[in-house]
Design a protein. Structure first.
Length: 92
């Protein structure tokens, strides 16, 4: 909406943790892996999963894309629709 800032807040029931998402005017998606002089990651989430292949397939179905650079076999870096990288990490 022009002139309005859109935001969403996630809060733990106990009120100890808040994660706020807010629209950024002039947003520029970060580069993965990081490159000097280009927009760096502004946030990063790691999600522990029991089945990496299934979790990746579900994330892709919901709109994520698989990043070209992958750091290791037990982690998959994906990019959300807004361009933010996040990781699915195999529980060990």
């Amino acid at each position: 909406m022009p002139g309005k800032v859109c935001r969403a807040v996630l809060a733990a029931p106990e009120g100890a943790i808040y994660i706020v998402f807010q629209q950024a005017i002039g947003y520029e998606a970060p580069t993965w892996p990081p490159v000097d002089g280009q927009q760096r990651t502004m946030m990063h989430f790691d999600f522990q999963v029991g089945d990496l292949d299934t979790a990746v397939a579900e994330a892709v179905e919901l709109g994520a894309t698989i990043a070209q650079f992958q750091p290791n076999d037990n982690v998959r870096v994906l990019i959300d629709p807004a361009g933010h990288p996040f990781c699915l990490c195999l529980e060990t």
